[in-house]
Write a protein of this length. Structure first.
Length: 277
């Protein structure tokens, strides 16, 4: 192993630029002596080993400012403190990434189901779900979302319409859907989420008015509702239920999957859970 290295050699070894090494020198992170004859920086074997340490820290996201402190101070207590701060930052970054991953995974699976099973109702056992009613928009929506986050930072609740079961058998049911004031009585806003992590057992569950829906027999489907208040997909589900001699045993949940761009012709998509007996 050589004992001396020129700036270009060290830069090549570590895959960095000469300007980076000059910047390290300026910050006091790695300051080699200069050759008196030509003024070139001459790095020693100790500088090479030190550079390995610096590179590890940079790849772990430690700032140049903190690295400079470590190189100038040399205190292991200060070094540990800096590592603890960076470790906490990384933990937060991991949590943020896990949340983003969960959101993308949830929507990806929903889109896949839309593509493969749109308007194909099936009788299944529904998952356990929890929801919070939303009384006014958007204030209570934000509060409800905060409540879900108290259960789990990676929670991804969906905007949901709760369809009251008491209106289904009315003779004027379809007409009521096209009357805004009547429709507002039938459909209530909520945030809902599948409870696959036993949220009901967590302390913060009782701090908010969460409602719990136990697993039950249900008609499950992904539906499309087009522009101009086209509710034919909803009516088809009701007809499917009656045709197969089922009756409702609870309120229907329409969990949003995707909303249309209001400036263009498009459709909203919902995942529907219809409890039956």
């Amino acid at each position: 192993m050589k004992n001396e290295y020129k700036i270009g050699e060290l830069a090549e070894y570590f895959g960095i630029s000469r300007d980076t090494l000059r910047h390290y020198d300026k910050l006091g992170i790695l300051s080699p002596p200069q050759n008196n004859d030509n003024g070139y920086r001459i790095y020693s074997r100790a500088d090479l080993l030190c550079m390995i340490y610096i590179k590890d820290l940079r790849e772990a996201g430690v700032s140049l400012k903190d690295i400079a402190k470590l190189m100038k101070d040399g205190s292991v207590e200060k070094a540990e403190a800096i590592m603890q701060v960076r470790q906490a930052q990384i933990k937060k970054e991991i949590e943020d990434l896990e949340y983003k991953y969960c959101v993308i995974e949830d929507y990806k699976l929903s889109y896949r189901n839309i593509i493969s099973t749109l308007d194909e109702p099936k009788v299944v056992t529904s998952p356990q779900m929890i929801y919070l009613m939303i009384s006014d928009y958007p204030e209570s929506l934000m509060l409800a979302n905060k409540a879900f986050k108290s259960l789990d930072k990676s929670a991804t609740p969906r905007l949901t319409f709760i369809h009251s079961m008491e209106y289904i058998d009315r003779s004027d049911y379809k007409d009521m859907f096209f009357n805004e004031s009547h429709r507002d009585k039938m459909l209530k806003w909520a945030l809902s989420m599948i409870d696959d992590k036993k949220f009901e057992e967590r302390r913060s569950f009782d701090k908010y008015p969460f409602k719990l829906i136990r697993p039950c027999k249900a008609i499950h489907a992904f539906i499309e509702t087009e522009v101009n208040n086209d509710y034919s997909a909803v009516f088809k589900l009701i007809e499917y239920m009656k045709k197969n001699n089922y009756t409702l045993s609870g309120d229907i949940m329409f969990r949003s999957v995707a909303f249309r761009n209001l400036s263009k012709q498009g459709a909203d998509y919902y995942e529907v859970w219809m409890p039956i007996k």
